[in-house]
Design a protein around this ligand. Structure first.
Ligand SMILES: [Zn+2]
Length: 64
């Protein structure tokens, strides 16, 4: 699970990046703002998640 600060109240919202790029929306537990990706930001989010996974893979190789 990752967290993202709520754009409205800055509360940390936990979300699953895989679900997020699938178009799922997440709700802030504090102010109930809905967090979801727009169609335009999806490729960017996908790219950064892939990059994160890549880094994790590298970590495994460096620290078996
Ligand atoms: Zn909020």
């Amino acid at each position: 699970m990752n967290t993202i600060p709520c754009p409205v109240c800055q509360t940390q919202i936990s979300f699953d990046p895989i679900l997020l790029i699938k178009g799922e929306a997440f709700t802030c537990q504090n102010c109930f703002a809905r967090i979801s990706l727009t169609q335009e930001s999806m490729p960017l989010a996908k790219a950064s998640i892939e990059k994160l996974n890549e880094l994790k893979e590298k970590d495994k190789t460096l620290n078996p």
